[in-house]
Design a protein around this ligand. Structure first.
Ligand SMILES: [Zn+2]
Ligand SMILES: [Zn+2]
Length: 383
């Protein structure tokens, strides 16, 4: 079944879900196949757009940007190109400087914007399009994160990272040829973001049982199945083959859709994400080059499995049974290494002290009850 049919089925199931949360209809056209870039121009024409902007950086221009621009031009679409130049540290980041640059560079007569790149370029385009009230189209160049379909944009403003309300793309064109040509560290980051679902899903059950927070079994199951497919096909993902990136990208998109469906990140983000955000803020403070989101999430999730298992083994809180079946830390780290990403703090050049500090304050980032909240505060609400 293709992704668009699966989305229709999930929308149907969500409309009948009795979990008590609000469910939102997901409406994103998804094309994930070899040669998906060739479908962009016909889609743009079908939407009646005559003028669009294409946004990329130097790397993603080569990966897909040039080709997309040429294909649109051949179809008679007026294209204005926006090249985001890396900052002095060699990065494009979703901060106020890049937001203003993009805003100034975009033609005001563009009827839609195509984001060609990985997560950061998407977040920049997502917030600017939301404010300009025009649609955007996603052209991922690597299976590096589950945020492509997201409606929220994590932005760094005055050095503080926060997620802002923005908009999801109208359509996604994920070309397997492009994704499989991406550097393996990016694919490994996407895998790390998926591996993090082990702890985020377990945390979600704990949030439900201890924090009395909303829980949707459909969103839970969608994310869990996507995670298990990645584990089953870890060798293909490690090869970075078209088959491997297709399984991984499918899982990342499903994870993103499960969040859109309930308008919450609970299925995909637990203690491991809170630690990752804290580490990222620490890195900014120290003026260090950022580490890929999914790389930090994967390592944090592996380390949390030991900590969470200890909570379960203490046996004083029955809800910690959710942590019983987490994989062993070593197994998680083996998967991460196999796929080509960092597996330990040392691999990321993060000190034990920085990790401990991140862990001690991570639970205060979001109003969400996780195993970390218990570990740090030893308070169980509603009991
Ligand atoms: Zn993530
Ligand atoms: Zn539900």
């Amino acid at each position: 079944m293709d992704m668009n049919e699966r989305i229709e089925r999930w929308n149907e199931e969500a409309s009948q879900c009795k979990c008590g949360s609000a469910h939102y209809k997901v409406n994103i056209q998804i094309s994930m196949e070899k040669g998906a870039l060739n479908k962009i121009a016909p889609y743009v024409v079908s939407q009646g757009y005559k003028q669009v902007s294409v946004v990329y950086d130097e790397n993603t221009r080569e990966a897909a940007g040039r080709k997309v621009t040429a294909l649109l031009g051949d179809a008679g679409i007026m294209v204005s190109e926006v090249l985001l130049n890396a900052n002095k540290a060699g990065d494009v980041i979703a901060d106020e400087t890049f937001i203003v640059e993009l805003l100034l560079a975009l033609s005001h007569s563009s009827e839609a914007v195509l984001a060609v790149g990985s997560g950061t370029i998407h977040d920049l385009v997502r917030i600017v399009c939301f404010k300009m009230k025009i649609p955007f189209i996603s052209v991922p160049t690597a299976a590096s994160v589950d945020g492509f379909t997201s409606a929220g944009a994590p932005l760094v403003i005055r050095g503080v990272k926060q997620t802002y309300q923005a908009t999801a793309p109208r359509a996604i064109f994920a070309d397997l040829e492009v994704l499989s040509a991406a550097p393996q560290v990016l694919t490994a980051a996407g895998f790390g973001d998926m591996l993090g679902k082990f702890t985020s899903l377990a945390d979600w059950k704990v949030s439900r049982d201890l924090g009395k927070e909303p829980f949707c079994p459909l969103a839970y199951q969608m994310t869990e199945e996507a995670l298990h497919r990645c584990i089953l096909h870890v060798d293909d993902i490690a090869e970075g083959s078209e088959k491997g990136v297709s399984i991984l990208m499918d899982a990342l998109i499903v994870s993103g859709i499960s969040m859109l469906m309930i308008d919450h990140s609970r299925p995909a983000s637990g203690g491991e994400h809170h630690i990752s955000h804290r580490l990222e803020m620490k890195f900014m403070e120290q003026g260090r080059q950022p580490i890929l989101h999914g790389a930090k999430v994967g390592v944090a999730s592996a380390l949390l499995t030991d900590i969470y298992r200890d909570l379960y083994q203490a046996k004083n809180v029955s809800a910690f049974g959710a942590y019983k079946d987490l994989p062993q830390r070593e197994e998680m780290q083996d998967w991460l290494s196999k796929v080509g990403g960092p597996a330990t703090l040392a691999d990321m050049d993060v000190s034990d002290a920085d990790f401990k500090e991140a862990m001690a304050s991570a639970h205060t980032l979001r109003p969400r009850y996780t195993g970390l909240t218990y570990r740090n505060e030893k308070v169980v609400p509603n009991m």
